[in-house]
Each structure stands twice: as structure tokens, then as C-alpha cells.
Design a protein around this ligand. Structure first.
Ligand code: SF4
Length: 328
């Protein structure tokens, strides 16, 4: 694997859905790269297109146009995930996986923990030898911290954290390289959230997984991400290394999101930016800054043409006509 090349390169990716009122632009011309072993946080309000983007990256959804170039296993060349055949996708599915938000709704309630973890191994005919499969299931349960005594339990008998551990074990079963984590802790209690985040971090350190971590919660994303992409209405409006994003947010939308995070120090004050106005419809959106209707800095130029995502300083990209010229 060549670490100097991007592991994933997303080029002008679009995903539109046809509706009675017109085309819904769920993901609209998104481009970025991810390095091998990196975690890219994808954050934004619900409905901004982050989960649709995550699904397009691993071809759970077919994209409307654009490319998702995934570095080949030998590091030589790339495979365009958006173009592979169904047969090639079956092979590729072993390399790219997803963990969903609600572990309960995505686990078959009639299957035991053992059967749930065995399922991807059986579907992909990984083992002929039952003893080898048994060893692999035990190993996976151990990796995600599920006690052996739980192997005959059913999802309804377990708490949310343990159910999510089953979801993670299933996604790891085929030795993937790239995992989309779609709000993996949103449905969990705070203390269980911390356990799952720690588990994901330690698995990444051990196996060098590449993650896309999707969340509506910036403070959760901050704890796991190397870089963060902020999405608004189908587009990336800011992308940077996580510390830079938190200390020097350039886009007014990112500034508003950050202002809503409670500060740990009681004696430190921060202006809370209240966003007014409605989120515009994603159906046939106008060619303009999509944040203009809610932005306190909006000017006439913002209503004509979409500001491109531009590099303002090394590695820090923003889509705003006035980036760097606004007070934070
Ligand atoms: Fe606000 Fe204009 Fe920047 Fe859009 S381009 S975020 S409307 S200042």
C-alpha cells in the first residue's frame, strides 16, 4: 500500500433523487481525499447529505455522477467504486464496510450473537472448516469486547453498547480496510458512547483501518477525527485538520455549530450564534451560496454563484466568498 497516495479520492460526487417536485440534490459535487489509516469526520445537521455520501462511498447507493477511487490492495492503481460490476462489488465488499446508527434495527432479532457474527462469514463462504470459523467468531467477539458467555444471547437481551459491539464485529468479520461509521454512538448513553469510541480508536491503531465517521455532533467527531469535513445542504463548506477547525473556523456555518458546544470552563464566555431563517429546499437548489438565507454576513454576491471550496491555508478549505475576512 503506497502511503504517499490518497487511499480514497472522491471526485465531483453527486447523488440526486427524483421526487414529484423535482430532483433532490442530496450530495452535490463533493470532492475530497482520505489517507490510509486516517479518520475523516463528516459533520452537519440532519438532512445535509452526510449519510447519503457515506453510503455512496461504499456503493450501498449508486451515485448520480462522479468517482470514488479506492487504492487497490497492492497499491498499484485505483478501482472506481462507482463503476465496478456486481460481481466485482462482491469482492470489494470485503474491503469496505459500514456500521449503522441503530444497532437494534439492523440486527435480525431471531439470530443469536454467534449467528449474527457468523452471517457475513457464511454469506461470503470464508470458511469450509467449522472449527476455523468457530475460532474466528471467538476472536471477533474478543476483539470487540463481547464475553464468550453471550454467544447464545439474542439482541433484545443485550444493552445498546453490546448490540453495537455485535455490529462492529460483523463489519470486521471480513478483514476490511475502510469502514463508514454512520452515527455509531448517537443511539447510546453517554458512558457507553465513550466505550465504543475508545474501542473504535484502539481497533484503528491495531489494524490501521480507514474511517469515515459521520455524526451530527461536532464534539463527538472531535474525539475521533484527524480531519473534519462540515457539510451543508449536500455540499462540503469547510474541511480541515480537526484542531485547526476548532481554533480557526472560517465558514460562518462552522462558526455557528462551534458556538453551540458548551464550554467546560464556567468563567469562559463565548457568543452563541443563533441561526435564523429556514434551511432552503434541497430540491433544485439555486446556483448561490446555500447558506446565504441564514448567514449574518450574506451580501449580494453570495446570491449569485456557488462559492467554490478553496484552500485558504495549507490543508484548510472553505467555501465562502469572505473566508478569513469575517470575525470568528
Ligand atoms: Fe455567508 Fe456569503 Fe460566505 Fe455564504 S458566501 S457563507 S452567504 S458570507
Amino acid at each position: 500500500m503506497d502511503s504517499s497516495k490518497p487511499y480514497i479520492r472522491v471526485e465531483n460526487l453527486k447523488k440526486y433523487f427524483s421526487t414529484k417536485r423535482g430532483m433532490l440534490h442530496a450530495v452535490d459535487d463533493v470532492s475530497f481525499e482520505i489517507k490510509r489509516g486516517e479518520t475523516l469526520g463528516l459533520v452537519g445537521e440532519s438532512g445535509c447529505g452526510k449519510s447519503t455520501l457515506g453510503r455512496c462511498l461504499i456503493r450501498l447507493l449508486d451515485s448520480t455522477s462522479g468517482n470514488v477511487l479506492l487504492q487497490n490492495k497492492d497499491g498499484e492503481g485505483c478501482t472506481d467504486v462507482t463503476k465496478v460490476s456486481a460481481r466485482e462489488m462482491k469482492e470489494l465488499r470485503k474491503r469496505v464496510q459500514i456500521v449503522f446508527q441503530d444497532p437494534y434495527s439492523c440486527l435480525n432479532p431471531r439470530l443469536s450473537v454467534w449467528e449474527l457474527i457468523a452471517e457475513p462469514l457464511i454469506v461470503n463462504s470464508v470458511y469450509r472448516d467449522k472449527a476455523a470459523m468457530r475460532r474466528r467468531i471467538r476472536e471477533l467477539m474478543d476483539t470487540v469486547g463481547l464475553a464468550e458467555r453471550l454467544e447464545n444471547s439474542y439482541p433484545h437481551e443485550l444493552d445498546g453498547g453490546r448490540r453495537q459491539r455485535i455490529g462492529i464485529a460483523r463489519s470486521l468479520a471480513l478483514n476490511p480496510e475502510f469502514i463508514v461509521l454512520d452515527e455509531p454512538v448517537s443511539a447510546l448513553d453517554v458512558c457507553i458512547q465513550a466505550q465504543i469510541l475508545n474501542l473504535l480508536n484502539s481497533l484503528q491503531k491495531e489494524f490501521n483501518y480507514t474511517y469515515v465517521f459521520i455524526s451530527h455532533n461536532l464534539s463527538v467527531v472531535r474525539h475521533v477525527s484527524d480531519r473534519i469535513a462540515v457539510m451543508y445542504l449536500g455540499q462540503i463548506v469547510e474541511l480541515s485538520e480537526y484542531k485547526e477547525l476548532f481554533t480557526n473556523p472560517l465558514h460562518p456555518y462552522t462558526q455557528a455549530l462551534l458556538s453551540a458546544i458548551p464550554l467546560a470552563k464556567l468563567d469562559v464566555q463565548r457568543e452563541r450564534i443563533i441561526l435564523e431563517g429556514d434551511v432552503p429546499s434541497p430540491i433544485e437548489p439555486p446556483d448561490a451560496c446555500r447558506f446565504a438565507g441564514r448567514c449574518r454576513y450574506a451580501q449580494e454576491v453570495c446570491r449569485h454563484g456557488t462559492p467554490p471550496l478553496t484552500e485558504q491555508s495549507p490543508g484548510h478549505f472553505t467555501a465562502c466568498h469572505f473566508a478569513g475576512k469575517l470575525e470568528g
